[in-house]
Design a protein around this ligand. Structure first.
Ligand code: SAH
Length: 366
């Protein structure tokens, strides 16, 4: 399977779309604003960009929907604000929105148009050109030494491919599970290491001297790669798929050959890869929990198992459905799968109230 041809989030603006089911990612993004602001301040205070015609910024793995525009808006406003008291330089900004070619760029471009009109209406003088940039962030995306600031949130847990050899080892699991053999843990960790290494090397080539990067990872709080809490959302999805196999709704072989190309690293792992690769120096790391069922509109309401189950299920569906459909084919009824999943995950969550462990890292090119 060529992952880059399959991987995308649910398109459009409908009920199951990523655009409508990405509160988790939205809350994560907003929790990193302080780090982003501090990074941009450092970059503009210390960088020598006077001869550059424009500042080139990118959101790597932007998906489609309001989150991408919230990043553009926050970053460009912050730069504008910082420059008010600064040295008076005012290069124009080019903001690139990067994702894989199957991403719903059409919907994204409509939002860009609305965003640009909004800027005009407010009389904003900040000049920012926004472009779509299709391609894998595991390949070169920019000419050498042209990129000033790279941002990526909740995207770098996606691997470039399913690690080799997993089909025969991981059986009814679809990701690392508590009972996964060590070969599975190693295959995932090795693939992750290769991928992050590649990512850092490429960005290292593309960045201007003084360039900065803020990356936010969905991580693991402990070094143990098969810790229950960090894998449970995918373990429960595997159980739900297995129930459907048992009932003859899906084929056993299809489940055995299905493995999700995701990896959630712990802080030590990321730090060690960054230092081994050597292009970037870490300036600051912040970690914070984000509850699985977080929802920016209704966060204050009392706990409700069904509501939380639905929120988590809708979020997982928005990123898993295209991959499930591509693997299981027409056999899979995602309405049935995710109705069942929402009950199971709601039940689990009512006992565990789990959060994802998020890690945001600010770094600069060495
Ligand atoms: N940053 C957004 C989207 C997160 S979803 C937000 O926080 O809301 C993760 C996105 O990463 C998906 O849109 C997926 O297509 C993209 N992605 C995964 N692997 C990628 C790759 N190799 N290159 C570019 N984008 C990738």
């Amino acid at each position: 399977m060529v992952l880059q041809k399959i991987l995308h989030m649910n398109s459009g603006n409908g009920e199951t779309s990523y655009a409508n089911n990405s509160s988790f990612q939205n809350v994560t993004i907003s929790k990193t604003w302080d780090l982003v602001d501090e990074t941009l301040r450092n970059m503009l205070e210390n960088g020598d960009f006077a001869d550059d015609h424009c500042l080139n910024l990118v959101d790597l793995g932007c998906a489609s929907g309001p989150n991408a525009l919230s990043v553009v808006s926050h970053v460009t406003d912050t730069i504008q604000e910082l420059r008010k008291n600064g040295d008076g330089t005012s290069q124009e900004i080019q903001f690139f929105l990067n994702d894989l070619p199957n991403n719903d760029f059409n919907s994204l471009f409509k939002l860009v148009e609305i965003f640009n009109k909004g800027k005009e209406v407010c009389g904003s003088r900040s000049r920012c050109s926004i472009y779509g940039l299709p391609g894998s962030f595991y390949s070169r995306l920019f000419p050498r030494k042209t990129l000033h600031f790279a941002y990526s949130s909740c995207s770098l847990h996606w691997l470039s491919q399913v690690p080799y050899g997993l089909e025969s080892e991981n059986e009814e699991n679809i990701y690392i599970a508590v009972d996964s053999p060590s070969e599975v843990l190693d295959a995932y960790a090795e693939q992750y290491k290769r991928d992050l290494f590649t990512f850092l090397s490429l960005r290292g080539e593309e960045m201007v001297p003084g360039g900065h990067m803020v990356l936010t990872f969905i991580g693991r709080r402990v070094e143990d790669r098969s810790s229950k809490d960090d894998c449970a959302h995918l373990a429960i999805l595997a159980q739900t798929l297995l129930d459907m196999v048992t009932q003859g709704l899906l084929k056993k072989d299809d489940l055995h050959s299905f493995n999700v190309p995701i990896y959630m690293p712990c802080q030590q792992e990321i730090e060690s890869i960054i230092s081994q690769q050597g292009s970037f120096k870490i300036k600051k790391i912040v970690t914070f929990p984000v509850r699985w069922d977080v929802n920016k509109d209704t966060d204050e309401s009392p706990f409700d198992k069904t509501r939380s189950g639905n929120l988590i299920s809708d979020c997982v569906r928005a990123f898993m459905e295209p991959m499930l459909v591509s693997h299981f084919g027409e056999l899979i009824d995602c309405n049935v799968l995710f109705e069942r999943y929402s009950v199971k995950i709601g039940e689990y969550f009512s006992k565990e109230r789990t959060s994802h462990h998020m890690l945001a890292i600010s770094m600069t090119i060495q």
